[in-house]
Design a protein around this ligand. Structure first.
Ligand SMILES: Nc1ncnc2c1ncn2[C@@H]1O[C@H](COP(=O)(O)OP(=O)(O)OP(=O)(O)O)[C@@H](O)[C@H]1O
Ligand SMILES: [Mg+2]
Length: 235
């Protein structure tokens, strides 16, 4: 059971119809990620990186192909079972943080634990400890609107990590951070991967971070190809 890949994707296709033209975003994605492995996905803006992560995390559906996380395919699960499976196995850091604006940082981070029916006090304790780890121990009571962009990003990271998921999907998690905080967040991601024997898919425009992952693949023309972070289009 333990040598089963955390993530397996085969023949994944996705196109967006409507509007003036059809966009074929993913055209045959093949991917396998074992435990303790880290993968960077790089590529030009609009190449489909966020779309790919959404599909891998079961947040959007592929047109065809199969995506398995910890042995179960999204397409084999009911919508309710998908939600449970995602909460149990996946931590998702969105490109745009998607924090709940009415809730404090603490309650945002505690939310995935509350969804697991963890008691409120325990969930808030875990959330506070995770916020401490991302350097926001002093911001627990702030709502997202009262935080800086980088602070919001760190709250979103804490929310993804608080359940200690086997699969971490992180979409530009360091995009708004200064070099020191980016380093700290990357180290935290690696630590959770190591502690959980999990796996990380990191979408990034940061060449140095991409190079520090075990593998770096370039998404271009709808496919993942061996990539060199040096090939990255510079922003
Ligand atoms: N809901 C949608 N409907 C139609 N087209 C979409 C939709 N979502 C994304 N696209 C198109 O799919 C392509 C890939 O978008 P995606 O957000 O995955 O790119 P990306 O690689 O993450 O880009 P960036 O680096 O700018 O974040 C884009 O051309 C975009 O316009
Ligand atoms: Mg994107």
């Amino acid at each position: 059971m333990n040598d089963q890949p955390v993530l397996r994707a085969s023949a994944v296709h996705k196109r967006y119809e409507g509007g003036p033209q059809t966009v074929e975003v993913l055209a045959g994605i093949e991917l396998e990620l074992q435990r303790r492995r880290t993968l960077a996905v790089v590529g030009a803006s609009g190449s489909g990186k966020s779309t790919l992560l959404h599909l891998l995390g079961g947040l959007e559906h592929a047109d065809s192909g199969r995506i398995e996380v910890c042995g179960s395919a999204w397409s084999d699960l009911s919508p309710a079972a998908q939600g449970t499976w995602r909460n149990r196995h996946v931590g998702f850091v969105y490109q745009f943080h998607h924090l709940l604006p009415e809730f404090s940082a603490l309650d945002n981070v505690a939310m995935p634990l509350r969804i697991r029916r963890m008691a409120s006090e325990a969930a808030r304790r875990e959330a506070a400890a995770m916020l401490e780890q991302v350097g926001l121990g002093a911001r627990c009571a702030h709502r997202p609107g009262e935080l800086s962009g980088g602070e919001r990003q760190r709250v979103a990271l804490a929310r993804a990590l608080v359940t200690r998921p086997a699969l971490l999907l992180a979409d530009e998690p360091t995009g708004n951070l200064d070099a020191d905080n980016a380093e700290r967040m990357f180290a935290l991601l690696l630590q959770v991967v190591a502690d959980q024997h999990g796996a990380l898919v990191l979408v990034t425009h940061d060449q140095q971070l991409a190079q520090r992952c075990d593998t770096c693949l370039l998404l271009a023309k709808g496919r993942l190809q061996p990539g060199d972070a040096q090939d990255l289009p510079r922003r």
